[in-house]
Design a protein around this ligand. Structure first.
Ligand code: COA
Length: 165
């Protein structure tokens, strides 16, 4: 991991970010979505202050993490939903753990108290990653949506920050 660093996501990262996003969608267990959005749509839906990329020593982007607000209601202003995607060729090296740690620190420093995520039960890598990072399983939504013509469950997870009191 010595060669991997995390920095804020920039507009110039758009192509790599969206390519890694698409690779994750193509693998079939990341999301109900099947096509990555345009950069404009990605950019509009995610908070600018809490988006990061992991880069190798050449500056190549190997993974990213970002959050979206969950509600326009003031009471939920500190509740966000995140996505994390790592290049298939770079998985299993601790990159997602590094990105998630950076996101937790940045959101806590901004007073965001809850990060939530919905994960397919088959996505054992993501479930393990999140449980190790302090997320807890809220429950399982059963056959909540169709993906490639089959109904799929979604496990809801959240991490309530102990630092935001
Ligand atoms: C899920 C994903 C982000 C994990 O990224 P990664 O960089 O490979 O994960 P890391 O190497 O940082 O692993 C962190 C922890 O996750 C768990 N983990 C990662 N890959 C795993 C696997 N294949 N099987 C079981 N656990 C795994 C481990 O607990 C690991 O901790 P450890 O190394 O201390 O045991 C990656 O597989 C990915 O991009 N998948 C496609 C997109 C996706 O599904 N995103 C999540 C949507 S909810």
């Amino acid at each position: 991991m010595a060669d991997i660093t995390v920095r804020p996501m920039a507009t110039g990262d758009a192509d790599r970010v969206l390519a890694i996003y698409q690779a994750g969608l193509d693998a079939g267990n990341a999301s109900f979505e099947v096509t990555a959005p345009t950069w404009a749509a990605f950019d509009a839906a995610r908070l600018a202050a809490h988006r990061f990329v992991a880069v190798d020593s050449d500056g190549t982007v190997l993974g990213w993490i970002a959050v979206s607000p969950t509600s326009a209601r003031a009471v939920y202003a500190g509740v966000v939903e995140h996505s994390v995607y790592v290049d298939p060729a770079a998985q299993g090296r601790g990159i997602a753990r590094l990105l998630l740690g950076t996101l937790i620190a940045s959101t806590e420093a901004a007073g965001i108290w809850t990060i939530q995520s919905g994960i397919f039960p088959e996505n054992t890598a993501s479930l393990a990653l999140h449980e190790r990072a302090g997320f807890r399983v809220i429950g399982v939504r059963e056959r909540v949506g169709r993906h490639h013509d089959r109904w799929r469950d979604v496990v809801l997870l959240e991490r309530r920050s102990p630092a935001v009191t």
